[in-house]
Design a protein around this ligand. Sequence first.
Ligand SMILES: NC(=O)c1ccc[n+]([C@@H]2O[C@H](COP(=O)([O-])OP(=O)(O)OC[C@H]3O[C@@H](n4cnc5c(N)ncnc54)[C@H](O)[C@@H]3O)[C@@H](O)[C@H]2O)c1
Length: 352
Amino acid sequence: MKKHIALVPGDGIGPDIVREGVKILSAIAEKFSHDFTTSSYVAGGVALDSEGIPLPEATLDGCKQSDGVLLGAVGGPKWDTLPSHLRPEKALLGLRGGMGLFCNLRPAILYKQLSGACPLKREIIGDGLDIMVVRELTGGIYFGERGRSEDRAYDTMAYTVTEVERIVRKGFEIAQKRSKLLCSVDKANILNSSQLWREVVQRVQSEYPDVEVSHMYVDNAAMQLVRNPRQFDVIVTSNMFGDILSDEASQITGSIGMLPSASLAEDGFGMYEPIHGSAPDIAGKDLANPIATILSVAMMLRYSFSLFEEADAIENAVSSVLDEGYRTADIYTDGMKKVGTSEMGNLIAQAL
Ligand SMILES: NC(=O)c1ccc[n+]([C@@H]2O[C@H](COP(=O)([O-])OP(=O)(O)OC[C@H]3O[C@@H](n4cnc5c(N)ncnc54)[C@H](O)[C@@H]3O)[C@@H](O)[C@H]2O)c1
């Protein structure tokens, strides 16, 4: 298979970890005889430094013309005092909006090798966790009408049937490929937009008879995630609820350096990135954990290119390197073998 991938390393540890992602792409291309080519683009703080804006047109165009985007992270203290339209984070919103990426997939996986890093009790997590949060990304309260005067401010949560239907369908499709359990999270006891959300889920449900659906209010879902997270497989929810719940879910896995994410458009095109930020405190020091980025590459292969065997191979390689006791500093515990960013990438490539 021939694919062209746009690389957007960004700031801080972004270049350190994207480099390791590319190593894995090359290892997969060699092992499975694919032809993967890449082009690199600037976004975030580096783009502000070189071009005066967080998202140059050439970056968005290059990403749009690619078959998939691998992003590192953007931002850092150097740009924190800039006015909001010039903040590095604007690049993320521009990329998501510009490429129609309405569906955010955030898996929260607790590897059995790292179960000690989970803040929950052993009897709650059992032999591991694997939850997929499907979050709507381009609607809801972050994009609704807003305003403020001296003594009042408001934000509006609005959804159309079309917006709800397309994300809910993604939720059903993903549930079909997993254990066929879908939990739709809303606040339908209070919010009109949530009542509409629930009606759409109930209507669409008949088209996916193999998927078992439950509905949960968001306050209860936040509680259930720490009380009994193993009841969840796929959670589908709105932009703000998904933002909060996916962070909560990721924290119960104990390590921010391990979790990938995908942001998808309707046609399966996607941008893939680790969930963590640019970690300026460890940038360029060979300390960053590249596994979240490497697993983001696996998601790209699975969700955009339908290369399932290749995606499984990457995930198995990560698991086997963890089995052998190799750990970057963020997941290191006594008795394990400490390695840097680059060596972790090499070990996973070799395991492939
Ligand atoms: N998607 C993005 O690009 C994104 C997301 C979140 C934050 N940010 C930006 O990143 C900058 C730093 O933000 P922050 O400190 O709140 O969050 P962060 O995720 O960058 O770092 C939080 C902590 O986790 C550690 N960490 C993060 N990723 C790691 C990895 N792969 N391996 C080992 N340790 C890792 C860091 O060293 C730090 O101690 C800010 O400018 C913020 O706006 C960007």
